[in-house]
Design a binder for this molecule. Structure first.
Ligand SMILES: Nc1nc2c(c(=O)[nH]1)N[C@H]1C(S)=C(S)[C@@H](COP(=O)(O)O)O[C@H]1N2
Ligand SMILES: [Mo]
Length: 464
């Protein structure tokens, strides 16, 4: 809804607040419930001391609605209404003299989505497309991440799909092409899995030399309980025809990318062999709530263990083929491109690397001497976490305690209780090993697009 700043002024002689009855009448009129009955959402109000002047910020469908609500204030003095916008809208429109972005009905208003993300506590990297990460200390907390604080990675505008008219189509090399509405999907047997998603670019900004792409810190990772239908359940209903080997997952979003004249869709592929090794889910709920539009409403794919690029949001089509998917985000992006002794080597981005993050202490945090808990999370796409070790001030690696359930595809809490005897800087490093025997390198191999950075995390606090 449009945003306005309201300024009301009256003369000292006719000060409304001086008369208790009028004062109370105004308080009630400006109360949030009463404003809401008039179609006005008051975001915050304040009176300038000793100046008989009141300001407030309000949302309303249009200025007429707001003006009608302001009648009691107009009777008492002057009212000035100024059109305004959120800081997020300002940035997304290209500056203070920009015009609000014209958003098509098919897309979510990027400024509104960004405002929600800011209020939930995400650190924003870009408004359009909307990308934001969680702060590393915020990764610690409940078993899952609150939905609003789950990092966001979008390549294009966020589709604003209507769940009531939505259909998932399954076609290509199948016996019975399907077109399923959400009710039909809800009627199939539901499963819930706690799964960690990590963006392949998480930690990219820590590569040296600098690589292009979204400059993620370490918070492009989160965990949620996803509820939906097993992907293979739906595929089996459609029935595979001979030769069927590969699936392409098509999202509703599209846009212009470098080197291509026509807009491309967000599409990714998996082979049936790869799918048989995961519990891939067609998810409609995240932590017990319907998916929010930025996280893929009404349906997304969740591929446990894989870097999150595989988990296609706003999934509208599954196409069964005999050949691997050739989509832009399959063949031109999401490839490791290493340079070893002057030779180029390439490999597709698949399973998440093993990795531990220290969530507590935070960088530059002051810690009192005495007993302290070093905490964090650890995960891997290739297995569950078998061990996390911690080194303090480059001392020997000490084994941390793994906390909570061992889940195959979700991060693992860990902690190490220790005594801090000496004041001064304390460097904490944590290194995870998974059940597949993989562990973390001191420095992950640099690659041209900055994927899979699982270098050992190091945090320096101060003991005081
Ligand atoms: N349709 C669609 N699906 C998508 C993307 C996208 O841009 N469009 N981004 C992918 C990438 S790179 C990541 S890291 C995850 C992010 O999921 P989230 O925004 O729910 O955290 O979604 C994946 N699925
Ligand atoms: Mo990603």
């Amino acid at each position: 809804m449009p945003l306005f700043i309201v300024h009301h002024r009256h003369s000292p002689e006719s000060c409304l607040a001086r008369d208790p009855a009028t004062g109370v009448m105004l308080l009630n009129h400006l109360s949030r419930p009463n404003a809401a009955r008039h179609g006005v959402l008051i975001k915050g109000e304040a009176v300038v001391q000793s100046s008989h002047s009141l300001f407030f910020i309000a949302e309303a469908a249009d200025e007429t609605v707001l003006q009608a609500f302001l009648a009691p204030l107009r009777q008492a003095g002057e009212v000035e209404v100024t059109a305004a916008m959120t800081c997020a809208a300002m940035v997304s429109s290209g500056g203070c003299d920009g015009r609000p972005v014209n958003v098509s009905a098919e897309a979510l208003n990027p400024a509104d989505a960004c405002q929600d993300a800011i209020e939930a506590g995400l650190l924003i990297h870009s408004v359009n497309p909307l990308n934001g990460e969680t702060s590393v200390p915020d990764l610690a907390g409940g078993a899952v991440m609150p939905n609003g604080r789950f990092y966001l990675r979008n390549h294009f505008d966020i589709p604003n799909l209507d769940g009531n008219n939505y259909r998932l189509s399954i076609g290509g090399l199948v016996e019975r092409p399907l077109s399923l509405c959400m009710r039909e999907l809800h009627n199939l047997q539901a499963e819930s899995h706690v799964v960690t998603l990590e963006c392949a670019g998480n930690g990219r900004s820590l590569f040296d030399p600098v690589v292009p792409g979204e400059a993620w810190g370490l918070g492009a990772v989160s965990t949620a309980e996803w509820t939906g239908v097993r992907l293979m359940e739906v595929i089996e209903r459609a029935g595979l025809r001979p030769g069927a080997k590969e699936l392409t997952f098509r999202g509703a979003d599209s846009g212009v990318v470098e080197g291509h004249g026509a807009p491309v869709r967000f599409e990714r592929g998996l082979s049936l062999n790869q799918i048989s090794e995961t519990d891939a889910l067609l998810a409609y709920e995240m932590n017990g709530e319907p998916l929010s539009p930025p996280h893929g409403y009404p349906l997304r794919l969740i591929v446990p263990g894989w870097y999150a690029v595989a988990s296609v949001k706003w999934l509208t089509e599954i196409i069964v083929t005999d050949k691997p998917c050739q989509a832009y985000y399959q063949v031109e992006k999401y490839w490791y491109h290493w340079v070893h002794n002057g030779h180029d080597e390439r490999a597709p981005v698949k399973l998440m690397n093993v990795r531990a993050l220290v969530s507590s202490p935070d960088e530059r945090e002051n810690l009192p001497r005495g007993e302290t808990a070093i905490r964090g999370v650890a995960w891997s796409g290739a297995g569950s976490i078998s061990r996390v070790e911690v080194s303090l001030n480059d001392g020997p690696w000490r084994e941390a305690r793994l906390v909570g359930a061992r889940r195959r595809a979700a991060w693992q809490w860990w902690e190490l209780i220790t005594r801090l005897e000496e004041t001064g800087p304390l460097t904490v490093r944590a290194r995870a090993t998974d059940t597949a025997g993989r562990t973390q390198p001191e420095h992950a191999a640099w690659n041209r697009l900055g994927y899979g950075n699982n270098s050992i995390h190091s945090v320096t606090a101060q003991v005081i």
